[in-house]
Write a protein that binds this ligand. Structure first.
Ligand code: NAP
Length: 291
């Protein structure tokens, strides 16, 4: 049981919906296990009410916040500082209080990178394929470009969005490394081997039989397959890639490490041990029914 006193600090998540978030489980575990007097709760905030909510949170002495859909962009207008990753991605998912207001960070790319490093996945010098061109795809494409992927194909159901994301990557790198395609044009990939990050919501629970690219031939050239989805643990996309001998990773470690990065932004002086991180992962898996 957590002991809450007059001195307990509050952190939270703003978004809509927030009821099914796993962040309270993870963040309250870290606070308890590292002995930090902090509690983490969710705040459902309707679209359009972000500025009022942030102003209220600051005046209520809320120590830090995570931000989720649909507020990751709108919240940027309320902040006193925005870090490099968040400003490049154009979305903030973590707020840290300072003497003048909240500072904004984006821990998604860092979280994914840490998960990939743990699995020994190399970005630099490789050809990457990103399936999807939504909010998560932007953080992924930014990470791949920042870490010097050789080439990045962006495949999406809607070509305009793939074009937009490719333009963003090419603008960020100042070199034409990104190429937009429709998902259905996967057979236009001119490579013998590539790695893929699946960022669409296709295949997520409960529609677990769905897959963004059905043809098995696509998977025969996949070296590494990363899916941002973590329910189910193994999507159809990962199953197909695994069948062809690819190294696979699901989205749980991105969730885990983006949360850990946020916790450490709020508590930079606190040591979170590897054992604690593994325990947090086990708690998440148990909650997801995978333990
Ligand atoms: P989003 O901005 O709404 O983007 C959704 C993407 O999925 C778009 O590219 C969309 O294509 C595509 N899509 C949706 N339905 C499709 C369909 N039936 N066929 C083909 N493509 C389809 O969502 P997001 O925020 O990027 O999130 C995407 C996924 O990433 C979600 O499953 C989310 O849970 C996951 N995610 C995981 C983590 C993590 O920590 N592991 C973090 C963030 C997100 P169009 O452009 O054509 O609509």
């Amino acid at each position: 049981m957590m002991e809450i006193s007059g001195a307990t600090k509050v952190c939270g998540l703003i978004g809509d919906p927030v009821d099914h978030s796993l962040s309270p489980l993870m963040q309250n575990y870290y606070a308890q296990s590292t002995g930090v007097d902090q509690v983490y709760v969710t705040f459902q905030v309707k679209k359009g009410n972000v500025a009022t909510a942030i102003n209220g949170a600051y005046n209520l002495n809320v120590k830090g916040m995570n931000v989720t859909i649909p507020h990751k962009q709108e919240v940027m207008e309320t902040l006193v500082h925005i870090d490099e990753d968040a400003s490049a991605i154009g979305a903030v998912n973590t707020l840290v209080r300072d003497a003048h207001g909240y500072r904004g960070y984006n821990t998604d790319a860092k979280g994914l990178f840490r998960g990939m490093q743990e699995e020994g996945i190399i970005i630099e010098g490789k050809t990457w394929v990103v399936l999807g061109a939504g909010g998560a795809a932007k953080a992924v494409a930014y990470l791949l470009a920042k870490k010097n992927a050789k080439k990045i194909y962006i495949l999406n159901r809607t070509l305009e969005k793939a074009q937009e994301l490719s333009d963003y990557v090419n603008g960020y790198k100042n070199v034409e490394i990104a190429v937009p395609l429709l998902l259905a044009q996967w057979n236009c990939l001119e490579e013998d081997i590539y790695s893929v990050v699946q960022t669409t919501s296709v295949g997520m629970h409960p529609k677990v039989k769905a897959c963004p690219i059905e043809e098995q031939e696509f998977y025969s050239k996949v070296e590494t397959a990363v899916d941002l989805i973590y329910t189910p643990k193994e999507t159809q996309f990962l199953k197909r890639a695994k069948q062809e001998g690819a190294c696979v990773m699901n989205g749980l470690s991105m969730l885990l490490y983006q949360g850990l990065e946020a916790y450490q932004l709020w508590n930079p002086e606190v040591l979170v041990t590897d054992d604690m991180i593994q325990e947090a992962k086990a708690l998440l898996m148990k909650q997801l029914g995978e333990a």
